[in-house]
Design a protein around this ligand. Structure first.
Ligand code: GLV
Ligand code: MN
Ligand code: MN
Length: 408
């Protein structure tokens, strides 16, 4: 059974590594906080008898060898980057769970036939480099080695440069042969209110919504706020604000659980008495149905183009597109069996958040469980889940990992 004291220690330690103490978790990939967290994760992996390695993106792996020769691994983990001013659980809860499963394998002296690998992924949120799911997309070969030189953060630093600054070895291999993976398991907080409201401990994820993200640029002409007549302006901000205000209707009209969000909005040159000449903003669009994403995506593009006029230029760059993903039926049934065996309540769920499991699901058997989130809150400092629920989630993963790693 999971050891809550070990879980509490992981939580307490990892929660300290934030760039914004007392104002939530801000842990960007390859930052000093990333380095402190990865050092802790690697120490714990070693303590639990795992062989530690990193890939050329800084993803971390802790492996317990199996008795079967050259057998593929059962991976368990999640990401350790965060959104700005986020919480302590989104991502790390899944790594703590992976570490605890490894600790239990060690405690019970389990010698698996298939290797068990705890995995800690970088840049799932995309808070530093945009797009998101970069660790899992990188591992699975969806981003080329050359692209890591041209994906830049807002200061113009590339992934490769950022890794080097953090003392990581970007020359190590980045891609992983799918033949080396037997399964990928991820525990995550629900980030919504359903489990808490229904008093259920575990959500077994059936499917994950599809999502796409865009960066939109609107360019106009700068000028003096006092001397330029209203009829002679090319104000980039007025156009950008109009576009953003028209986006929600596109999602509402589509229905089908489609949601659209602008969370980033940068105005240039950003002076109170200067007419803005440039605005850059984000669009995040999600739905459980790919046709809905496609339809709204076309409408978004048409809307943005329709605002192009004399003196106003618009452009749109797609940073991420991933279809809705159904998770492995086999793993779902193992997870469900484990909840029944342990007498833990569960319901099937659809995930409205994106997760690394959706990327792995194209390359290996992927499964996910959710634990309740207090007041349904996430991506904010108030994010909280109980150690009790985390421990129950670990017990389910432990049962499932034992089954998946034993000889057939
Ligand atoms: C990750 O939290 C996402 O769903 O964007
Ligand atoms: Mn998140
Ligand atoms: Mn997450």
């Amino acid at each position: 059974m999971a050891n809550k004291e070990r879980l509490r220690q992981h939580l307490e330690t990892m929660s300290k590594f934030t760039a914004t103490p007392n104002e939530g978790m801000t842990r960007y990939s390859y930052s000093p906080e990333d380095v402190k967290t990865r050092t802790y994760i690697k120490e714990k992996m070693e303590q639990y008898g795992l062989t530690v390695s990193e890939d050329g993106l800084g993803n971390i792996f802790g492996k317990l060898e199996g008795t079967k020769e050259s057998a593929p691994s059962v991976l368990i983990g999640s990401h350790f980057d965060s959104v700005p001013h986020g919480g302590n659980y989104d991502g790390p809860a899944g790594i703590m769970a992976g570490l605890e499963v490894a600790a239990l394998f060690q405690e019970y002296g389990i010698k698996p036939a298939y290797p068990l690998e705890v995995i800690a992924l970088i840049e799932e949120e995309g808070s530093r480099f945009g797009g998101g799911l970069m660790g899992s997309r990188g591992i699975n070969g969806l981003i080329t080695d050359e692209e890591f030189h041209t994906i830049l953060d807002k200061d113009g630093i590339s992934v490769i440069e950022a890794m080097q600054e953090a003392g990581l070895d970007s020359s190590l291999p980045k891609h992983r042969d799918p033949k080396t993976m037997k399964a990928f398991l991820e525990l995550h907080i629900e980030q919504g209110p359903v489990l808490e409201e229904e008093n259920i401990t575990i959500g077994v994820v059936d499917a994950i919504v599809g999502l796409t993200q865009f960066e939109v640029t609107v360019e106009g002409k700068a000028g003096h706020a006092g001397t330029t007549p209203m009829g002679r302006r090319s104000d980039a901000l007025i156009t950008a604000a109009t576009i953003v205000s028209e986006l929600p209707k596109l999602a509402i009209d589509e229905g089908n659980g489609t949601v659209i969000t602008t969370g980033q909005f940068a105005v240039f040159p950003n002076g109170s008495n200067v007419i803005p000449d440039k605005v850059v903003f984000s669009i995040d669009l999600r739905s459980g149905e790919d046709v809905s994403i496609q339809r709204v995506m076309e409408k978004v593009q048409a809307l943005i183009e329709s605002h192009q006029k004399d003196g106003i230029q618009t452009s749109i760059e797609q940073q991420l597109y991933i279809k809705p993903k159904e998770l492995s039926e086999e793993i779902r049934s193992y997870l469900k069996e484990s909840t029944e065996k342990l007498g833990i309540s569960s319901i099937p769920m659809l995930s409205g958040a994106g997760h690394d499991a959706m990327v792995f699901s194209d390359y290996t058997e992927a499964g996910m469980i959710f634990i309740p989130s207090k007041d349904g809150l996430s991506h904010c400092p108030e994010e909280w889940s109980s150690l009790e629920h985390l421990a129950k989630g670990v017990d389910i993963l432990f049962e499932t990992a034992k089954k998946l790693t034993e000889a057939e």
